[in-house]
Design a binder for this molecule. Structure first.
Ligand SMILES: O=C(O)CCC(=O)C(=O)O
Length: 292
């Protein structure tokens, strides 16, 4: 049984993305929204990034300017490790079924994160392609975005540049891994950009090479997404994951394989980076760095 219709699957292959309405709704969606509210409340008690992920980096990432009365939580890394509602949404809801419609029946979890753009914060996302962070033997891989709230054009929605999934861009400046496509290409990407807007519970499935970015939230409402990367079971990493998880390589649909499928292609391999999240790598300060 397919969850996406033929037209939607064709759009995914042609444009590199598709938006499916109402994939997680009702009690599971409400549980996710409550979870986020609790974490934002918890952030008021911290003045620097906190919590610990498998690689020792902080789980909760605060943007510069964070204060108890003006919380600026911008990311929670691998929330599935600490949240049952997140595990349900990313492993057991219809989300992985939509992924299977795009990359085949055998689906492996890679990593996930919760991204928030709170009102009055400056978080921007530099244009990049996710495969540049986590190259694999083949690119049957997607990034999904599950909307935790209604997202409108003025809330700093994710912007995608349709068709760019056929063009891998460099994410280096000279010998330095910047995690961003060169700024000189930004205008071209912005000129064709499509905003990922919709209702709470909608799901974007985008190709791992889809160029994407986004500006700040200009409204007084928070914008929140759960982002999850999945691969086909026969895509194997060329490098340890940029954001390792205890659930890494969990098969969420179909079955595992020990056979790697190799696509013939030259791929740039990223450097390791020390920042807690890619916002730091892209040059956006954390609360602690901004206070220095
Ligand atoms: O929060 C967003 O709009 C997308 C961020 C993104 O591309 C990422 O975290 O890899």
């Amino acid at each position: 049984m397919s969850f996406l219709n033929a037209e939607q699957i064709e759009q995914f292959h042609r444009d590199g993305y598709v938006i499916a309405p109402g994939v997680v709704t009702g009690a599971p969606l409400e549980a996710l929204q409550r979870q986020l509210t609790d974490w934002v409340e918890e952030s008021r008690g911290h003045d620097a990034n906190w919590g610990q992920c498998l690689d020792g980096k902080a789980r909760f990432d605060l943007e510069g300017g964070h204060r108890a009365d003006h919380p600026r939580l911008r990311r929670v890394s691998n929330p599935v490790e600490i949240s049952e509602p997140c595990r349900f949404a990313l492993f057991d809801s219809a989300v992985p079924d939509h992924v299977a419609d795009c990359i085949g029946p055998d689906v492996k979890f890679h990593h996930c994160k919760l991204n928030v753009k709170l009102p009055g914060t400056d978080t921007e996302v530099g244009w990049h392609q996710d495969h540049a962070y986590d190259p694999h033997t083949n690119d049957s891989m997607v990034t999904t975005l599950l909307f935790l709230c209604d997202i409108t054009q003025d809330m700093g929605p994710l912007l995608v540049a349709p068709g760019t999934h056929r063009t891998p861009f460099s994410h280096y400046d000279g010998e330095k891994f910047t995690g961003m496509i060169d700024k000189s290409r930004q205008k071209d990407l912005e000129s064709i950009a499509v905003p990922m807007t919709g209702k709470a519970g909608d799901l974007v499935v985008m190709h791992t090479w889809m160029a994407h970015g986004g500006g700040p939230n200009r409204t007084d409402r928070p914008r929140a997404l759960i982002i999850c990367d999945y691969t086909a079971a026969d895509a194997f990493p060329l490098k340890a994951p940029a954001m390792p998880s205890t659930y890494y390589a969990k098969i969420v649909r179909g079955k595992a394989t020990r056979f790697a499928r190799l696509a013939e292609r030259v791929v740039e391999v990223p450097d390791d980076y020390k920042d807690d999240s890619f916002f730091g790598l892209q040059g956006q300060k954390t609360a602690a760095q901004a206070a220095e």
